[in-house]
Design a protein around this ligand. Structure first.
Ligand code: ADP
Ligand code: MG
Length: 634
């Protein structure tokens, strides 16, 4: 048995340092968080060689007194926590008092710091955690910390570092998340002498989203704004038509802290159910605020994991909050036309660069186009408002009720309806009684349209007020059928096939089908393993054409393979998508005029027909304004 020995403080510190500082990105995150905790309004991060050889964070926060500046580098030294009880309501980003100790243990550090009250600042130099130089120095209020030669004394860790560009990207991504977490702070990142990020710090989340995620994504986003009990959810989510092949832009923040949470991801995606193609994911920047005692942030040293007292409430809050935003948004997508060389004033959603905030380092600000304070918010609003069905305001609703009372024969009011449906506010279950009048109203209104005709055997052109609508007949019919099928509560009835249909799915898909046999039976399918990789289909859902039996089952198998959704309800939806898609009128083929008329009537009178079950839009709007601009009449 080897002899047991207590590790030397030096080795113990290096081990602890390894947990907190994994790579340059984690060092940068800790330093920027410290600057934010110090109340900084402007923070600049400069890096060279991916942050390995040089990382400087400059802030205009509260600074430190000379004595504090040295204490700050000791382990478990913090100004943010005093006693155990404080752990129950942490409202700073840091609280462990470990970051500066950890970073300094594995690098060479220069610190320059000054409080507003003192005439002189403090300058410190540390090597591997030990102060080697200290003097007073003239410097601006705030703190500058330079980290050089990260991991120079831990070659084992150094080996794990990736190429400079990879480390730089991780570092920039970490700062971007902090920028989205705190739009009230202006963050600037300069990589190898070039500015790569500059947020305005105007306090508007949309401005930060615009700077970090880019104009395109920002414009494809809808505002979320819901309150429910002690939860407040705000931020932006993408329209169902603007999804991505991965989840990397799903960003969640809880009380100003970036977190990863399976529950939050699942709740977000649940809100989009039946609006997305398999393998496509929404993006979001969502801020959840809740009382500090309902969430425990003291879970993981890297602090992206948190624990919630009530995961169910969390799920519902996000799901209904996002659903509300998607429902309120226009179901019609505005047609995107090429930009005019000379844009007409007052029509753009985003305006010229805003004044950059004062920055603590003296490098010339590059003019990155930024949404100005007011333009940013109107940009978000008008994106959500473009064309389309609108939700009623409380006033509209009252007016509507009075119309009903005047003309009771048109639409007899069934129940005295409750409060106006404020979809933006929160997210109660959708009550059908509450919804019916809204649909009726839209129905009354939508008599004012004219079907112009059909083009390319696919798109129906409709004139409605000042808008030209293009309706994809297949997408529309598919959604209508899907909703109809889905409303049925009884189990899907099967029809026996006279002769079994034999099909030969891929080996993996065959296995998936056999695995899900019981579920598929509930959906009206019956099949058996015929041997040699062949499956014999004996029964199919009554609504399905036997000709489509094989391709439907194949489709379900590949959907299951891609999405791995196996809950019965989702499975049923997947099946209903496929049935609806197969049964819907086809684009590119002739359709009777009578059918087209019925389709248009349905699309324009209903509020729930926004996207086909795969997330493609049903109706696109081209406004008179847009046309006038294109023809240079306006
Ligand atoms: P923690 O943030 O968990 O308290 P750190 O090791 O990151 O631990 O920092 C230790 C202490 O140093 C902080 O509590 C704070 O008082 C002080 N400090 C660190 N960075 C700054 C800064 N940029 N401005 C002012 N004070 C700072
Ligand atoms: Mg800290």
């Amino acid at each position: 048995m080897p002899k047991i020995q207590q590790l030397s403080p030096h080795v113990a510190d290096l081990i602890a340092a390894g947990e907190v500082v994994e790579r340059p990105a984690s060092a940068a995150k800790e330093l920027v968080e410290n600057a934010m905790d110090a109340g900084a309004k402007n923070i600049t991060v400069e890096l060279q060689n991916g942050g390995m050889s040089f990382l400087r964070v400059t802030d205009d926060g509260c600074g430190m007194e000379p004595g504090d500046a040295e204490t700050a580098f000791l382990r478990h030294a913090t100004s943010k926590l005093r006693e155990a009880a404080d752990l129950e309501a942490i409202h700073t980003l840091g609280f462990r008092g470990e970051a500066l100790a950890a970073i300094s243990a594995v690098s060479r550090i220069d610190l320059l710091t000054k409080t507003a009250d003192s005439a002189f600042g403090t300058s410190l130099h540390l090597e591997a955690g030990v102060v080697t130089e200290r003097e007073s120095a003239g410097c601006p209020d705030g703190t500058t910390i330079i980290v050089r030669d990260l991991f120079y004394n831990t070659p084992a860790r150094m080996k794990f570092m990736k190429r400079d560009n990879v480390e730089a990207s991780a570092l920039i991504a970490a700062v971007e998340r902090l920028a989205l977490a705190h739009p009230e702070v202006s963050l600037r990142v300069i990589k190898d002498g070039q500015e790569v990020l500059h947020t305005s710090g105007d306090g508007k989340l949309y401005s930060a989203v615009y700077s970090v995620l880019g104009k395109q994504l920002a414009q494809d986003m809808l505002p979320v704004n819901s309150h429910w009990e002690k939860y407040t959810l705000t931020g932006f989510v993408t329209r169902p038509t603007a999804t991505r092949g991965n989840r990397s832009n799903q960003l969640f923040f809880v009380n100003g802290r970036h977190v990863r949470s399976k529950t939050m991801t699942a709740a977000l995606e649940e809100a989009y159910r039946n609006q997305l193609m398999v393998g496509r994911y929404p993006s979001c920047v969502l801020h959840l605020k809740l009382p500090e005692h309902l969430v425990d942030v003291n879970v993981h040293p890297a602090k992206t994991e948190v624990k919630f007292i009530n995961e169910h409430d969390l799920f519902d809050c996000i799901r209904y909050g996002v659903q509300g935003a998607l429902e309120t948004a226009s179901g019609r997508v505005a047609m995107v036309l090429p930009k005019q060389p000379q844009p007409v004033s007052g029509t753009q959603t985003l305006s010229a660069p805003a004044q950059m905030p004062r920055t603590p380092t003296p490098s010339a600000p590059k003019s990155t186009p930024m949404p100005s304070a007011s333009a940013a918010s109107t940009g978000a609003k008008s994106a959500a408002k473009q064309g389309g069905f609108r939700t009623m305001t409380a006033e509209d609703y009252r007016a509507f009720l009075s119309v009903l009372q005047e003309a009771p024969r048109v639409v007899p009011p069934k129940s005295p309806a409750p409060a106006a449906p404020a979809a933006q506010k929160t997210a109660p279950e959708k009550a059908p009684a509450q919804n019916a009048p809204v649909q009726q109203e839209l129905h009354l209104k939508s008599e004012n349209y004219r079907i112009v005709g059909e083009v390319l055997n696919t798109y129906i052109i409709v004139e409605e007020g000042q808008n030209v609508l293009l309706i994809d007949k297949h997408a529309a019919h598919e959604r209508i059928l899907f909703e109809k099928l889905r409303k049925r509560t009884e189990p899907i009835v099967g029809q026996l096939l006279l002769t079994p249909v034999l099909c030969e799915p891929e080996r993996e898909e065959a296995a998936i089908l056999m695995e899900n046999e019981a579920l598929l039976q509930n959906c009206g399918f019956a099949f058996s393993d015929y041997g040699g990789g062949t499956i014999a289909i004996r029964q199919i859902p009554a609504d399905l054409d036997p000709e489509d039996a094989e391709s439907t089952l194949n489709q379900i198998a590949s959907d299951l393979k891609a999405g791995k959704r196996i809950e019965p309800e989702a499975m049923r939806d997947t099946l209903l998508h496929t049935i609806a898609c197969k049964a819907a009128i086809k684009g590119g083929r002739h359709t009777e005029e009578k059918e087209l008329r019925a389709l248009v009537r349905e699309v324009l009178s209903r509020d729930d027909l926004k996207y086909c079950p795969h997330g493609r839009p049903i109706c696109i709007v081209l406004s008179a304004k847009q046309l006038e601009r294109q023809f240079k009449r306006a």
